[in-house]
Design a protein around this ligand. Structure first.
Ligand code: PEP
Ligand code: MN
Length: 373
């Protein structure tokens, strides 16, 4: 593949301009422009805003569409930032390029659909001819597909590359799961890392907003991404996040964005060996899965708490607990895990489950209990 590195989106030790930021969706001229101006003051150089929004269910805000292009143009005129938006079909590509959008991105749901990606690639090839004449490059960022399929992701990159686009980047935004745990979309870091191994010249960014789904996780995920050698970040930022029309739980104000960027530790090209890095990455991934499972376990435990409360059963069930500990210790022995250690872990988990169930017993008013008087 003939790719150029995306220098503007590559972190270096003294440079903190590797972030694309802006609202999930452009909602009004005022919201778009005010967010952009604040971001520009915080040093952001590339502004993102979705105009055509792929929503899980009908009836949610589906974006303002074509009319938002003018708002993005105003952002460019008044701040000098580059502008970026999502495209999902041929018409979007046409409108965006005609409107002077600098960076197009293909969203996770679109990457999963080869027909849609091919349609976009065909239109990019046509548009490239006219932009080449004007000496203008088209940059395309390709998010991972919603499902865990590296070949599908690479396939989309190849389709865009075959259209003649050289400025291509990939964005890791996590993968959908049925069970909802700590993350909105599970990171599975080994997938983008394998992508980089297979296409070393590809610039890879991380989108902590869609991985985390909550503002509190953005700093943590961004730091992890930088630690793993990602080049840059795409972060959703809104002037008034709590009133955003889409993805409000994960958007942050431009000021919080600045704080996060300032706190990020940009690693030197360190002297730690590749194999140590690889092992650490594996540990991070196991810990993430572990945290996710723990959070699922606590959710089930709370559900049991509600059931016990409704049926007027006491929280503590000594026989059940005894069985659980005995069985798990036997399993642990088979897996070569120390039995005293596992006992301590189980006790800590059990203690927390009991605490959470007791909270449920305390919180629901007595008179809402069925069958108790
Ligand atoms: C977005 O960036 O707002 C978006 C819709 O992202 P994704 O395709 O990752 O869900
Ligand atoms: Mn979004």
């Amino acid at each position: 593949m003939n790719l150029k590195p995306l220098d503007i989106l590559t972190v270096t030790e003294n440079k903190k301009t590797f972030v694309i930021a802006g609202p999930c969706s452009a909602e009004s001229l005022e919201q778009t422009l005010n967010t952009a101006k604040e971001l520009e003051l915080q040093g952001v150089k590339i502004f993102r805003a979705g105009l055509w929004k792929p929503r899980t269910k009908p009836g949610s805000f589906e974006g303002v569409g074509k009319k938002g292009i003018e708002w993005l143009q105003k952002v460019k005129e008044s701040t000098g930032m580059l502008i970026a938006t999502e495209v999902a079909n041929e018409i979007h590509v046409k409108e965006a390029i005609k409107g002077g959008v600098d960076i197009l991105w293909i969203g996770a749901r679109t990457t999963a659909n080869p027909f849609a990606v091919q349609e976009i690639a065909d239109e990019l090839k046509i548009q490239l001819k006219s932009t080449n004449k004007k000496n203008r490059a088209i940059t395309v960022l390709i998010k991972n597909p919603v499902n865990l399929d590296l070949d599908l992701w690479i396939g989309a990159i190849e389709r865009v590359s075959n259209a003649g686009i050289k400025e291509i980047g990939a964005i890791h935004r996590g993968f959908s799961t049925y069970e909802k745990g700590l993350f909105r979309n599970l990171p599975h870091w080994h997938i983008p890392i394998e992508l980089k191994r297979r296409i070393p010249q590809l610039t890879i960014l991380c989108d902590p907003s869609h991985i985390g789904g909550k503002r509190e996780l953005i700093h943590l995920i961004s730091q992890q991404a930088l630690d793993m050698g990602f080049s840059g970040l795409m972060i959703e930022s809104h002037i008034d996040p709590t009133n955003a029309l889409s993805d409000k739980d994960q958007q942050i104000t431009p000021e919080s964005l600045k704080n996060i960027i300032d706190q990020l530790v940009i690693r030197k090209i360190t002297d730690t060996s590749e194999s140590l890095k690889e092992l650490r990455r594996e540990i991070d991934e196991v810990d993430e899965r572990f945290l996710d499972l723990l959070s699922q376990r606590m959710a089930i435990s709370r559900e049991i708490g509600r059931y016990k409360k409704e049926k007027n059963i006491p929280v503590l069930q000594p026989i059940r607990y005894d069985h659980l500990v005995t069985n798990r210790i036997a399993q642990a022995a088979e897996l070569m895990v120390d039995k005293d250690f596992i006992k301590q872990v189980l006790e800590a988990i059990h203690e927390e489950s009991v605490r959470q169930q007791l909270e449920i017993f305390k919180s629901t008013p007595k008179n809402s209990l069925k069958g108790t008087k």
